[in-house]
Write a protein that binds this ligand. Structure first.
Ligand code: C2O
Ligand code: CU
Length: 493
């Protein structure tokens, strides 16, 4: 049985990170030897070249020379120690998205650590308290560093995983490339900040514009989807297949069919689905992204082998064991209101996506015709662009003041109102929360998430026990919105 251990900074982790500042001379090794319970990994962030599209190479920023960075796979309850070497021309950090780490390991520059300077090393160490599908990415100027290719998957296996034929990770990436296949250098431009962020024109799976994905009839696949895009939202249609969602943001959920069969992921979100491959031997089925109306595109083809694996889907159980997250008590919970404002609004905005890049090529945005209510008109064209409870946080500022102080080990409800004409995937660090209602209606599954997608004008309530002390980021994961002010700090004390 897995015993819950509160995610606190151990003396050992502290010593490891303190030692890290003086450990810059250690030789670099790609994977240090691992013991039973502590996995040691080395990650080096550096410029490099990758083949995203068949036609040529792109200069990008990479972890260990690949995009996505190496898949880190550990067991629930293991410790992970990651030595990060910064060979970029600027400061960086790593944030372990969705992992309930001690505050000092959270990777937020100036808030939880000093940024790791060019040529410096920092060692992260924490225990994997939850099983699930997580990911890692920089939190320093992430709108540019993530868009340049710095991200990777972090998989924490259950002590007893559900039985499948294959456990597959698809990291979804979205790139804005020029005609010559180079990265468009317009990171963080005002238009992207004020609209729907840096939506690109080349969608990749595990760093390549995909060709085919080979499957066999009767095969059961656990597909771990990770949306690593800056801004693109996906809504995946698996054709005649009936995906069953078993985890959201790494956290187990009552197995269920997604609404209209579409698997939707805002930026930073993860969905684990079980798919029983049901096509006939030798056939193909296209996985289509349907999020942006009028801009649907075929992401990848499932191509069935000539020999079936089995004629009928297996009857193995699919429910995952719960993670050790404390249950919020709504009767005693504090109630807190958070309102999001800002952004361009009004008539539909058509975004020119430039040239097509192969079959992954798409782009554009939803057409919101609604006018926004409230007195935020004067903020249009002003910079900053986005506000949480009337305040736009400055990412470069080294002193972000908490907008909320949440009593430690108590339950809290955050009632969020999206008063904008845009979608926002809202992420809280250091905790998982239950999504308890949408527009006043209780949610069916009271799902645990760390990032919840708010539709235009939507009201969403979340609840959680603030059991992890420290100052935690709370922000939109459209990275251009974050850069444009849509972030805040919650203090747990
Ligand atoms: Cu995935 Cu604050 O980030
Ligand atoms: Cu946003």
């Amino acid at each position: 049985m897995f015993r819950y251990i509160a995610p606190t900074l151990t003396r050992r982790a502290f010593l490891a990170s303190a030692a890290a500042t003086t450990a810059a001379m250690l030789p670099l090794s790609p994977a240090l030897p691992s013991t039973a319970a502590t996995r040691e990994i080395a990650l080096r962030a550096a410029p490099g070249r990758v083949r995203l599209v068949p036609s040529g190479e792109t200069t990008a920023w990479l972890y260990n020379d690949t995009v996505p960075g190496p898949e880190i796979r550990i067991r629930q309850g293991d410790r992970l120690r990651v030595a990060v070497d910064n060979a970029l021309p600027e400061e960086t950090t790593i944030h372990w998205h969705g992992v309930r780490v001690p505050n000092a390991m959270d990777g937020v520059p100036h808030l939880t650590q000093k940024p790791v300077g060019a040529g410096e090393r920092f060692v992260y160490e924490f225990e994997a308290v939850d099983a699930g599908t997580f990911w890692y990415h920089p939190h320093q100027r992430s709108f540019e560093q993530v868009a340049r290719g710095l991200y990777g998957p972090l998989i924490v296996e259950e002590q007893a995983p559900v039985r499948v034929d294959r456990d597959v990770t698809w990291v979804l990436g979205d790139w804005r490339l020029t005609k010559s296949g180079a990265l468009s250098e317009d990171f963080g431009n005002r238009h992207d900040i004020q609209h729907n962020g840096r939506v690109g024109n080349a969608v990749t799976i595990n760093g390549r514009v995909p060709d085919d994905f080979a499957v066999r009839k009767g095969e059961r696949v656990r597909l771990r989807l990770i949306n690593a895009a800056n801004a693109r939202i996906f809504s995946l249609d698996f054709a005649a297949h009936e995906p069953v969602v078993i985890a959201l943001d790494g956290q187990p959920v009552t197995p269920h069919a997604p609404k209209k069969g579409l698997v939707t992921l805002g930026p930073a979100m993860r969905v684990d689905v079980i798919i029983d491959m049901n096509g006939n031997a030798g056939s193909r089925a296209t996985v289509t992204d349907r999020f942006y109306q009028g801009l649907e595109f075929g992401l990848v083809d499932l191509v069935f082998d000539a020999t079936p694996l089995r004629e009928r889907a297996p009857e193995w159980p699919i429910a995952l064991p719960a993670n050790p997250i404390p249950e919020p008590d709504l009767r005693t919970a504090s109630r807190n209101e958070v309102v999001f404002n800002g952004g361009m609004m009004g008539e539909m905005v058509a975004q020119q996506m430039g040239e097509s890049m192969g079959r992954g090529a798409t782009g554009g945005m939803m057409g919101h015709r609604d006018m926004m209510t409230g007195g935020m008109m004067q903020m249009v064209n002003a910079s900053p662009a986005w506000f949480i409870n009337g305040v736009a946080a400055d990412e470069a500022s080294h002193a972000m003041k908490p907008i909320l102080t949440l009593a430690k080990d108590r339950s809290h409800v955050i009632a969020m109102t999206n008063a904008t004409a845009w979608h926002h995937p809202i992420h809280l660090h250091g905790h998982a929360f239950r999504v308890i209602s949408r527009n006043g209606q209780p949610t069916r599954h009271r799902e645990w998430q760390d990032t919840v997608l708010l539709s235009p004008r939507e009201k969403v309530e979340i609840a959680f026990v603030a059991d992890n002390p420290g100052d935690w980021m709370f922000h939109c994961h459209v990275l251009e919105h974050q850069a444009g002010g849509m972030m805040a700090v919650f203090r747990v004390a």
